[in-house]
Design a protein. Sequence first.
Length: 123
Amino acid sequence: MIAEDIIQLARENEDFRREVATAEQSQVVLMTIPPGGEIGEEVHGGIDQILLFVEGEAEALVGDEKRRVGPDELVLVPGGTRHNFVNTGKWPLRLVTVYTPPEHDPGTVHRTKDEADAAEHDH
C-alpha cells in the first residue's frame, strides 16, 4: 500500500514528469509545467487519463472542447481522445495525473519536456 500526501508531493515537484506509484491497472504521476509551457498534444490509445490540478492555471484542450482549468479541478480524458494542457499563468502548473492502465515505466523521471520528448521518441 502507498499512502502519501499527494497534494504536498505535487506542490514540491519540480520535474516535468515523475512517476509516484504503479499498479497493474493504474499509475500515479506528478507533473509540473513551467509558465508558457505545455504537456504537448497527444493521444493515448486505450489509456484513460485523469488530471487533478493543484496549482496554476491552464487552457485545457480535450477533443473539440477548450476551457480554462485551475486548482481543485479535475479533467477526465477518455482513451483515444486528442488532448493538450497549456500553462497560461505566471507560475508553474502543478498537477497529479492517473493513467489507467499505466503509461510510463515505474521509476520514470523526466526533468524537462525536452527530456520527456526524447525518451518517448527512443521508446
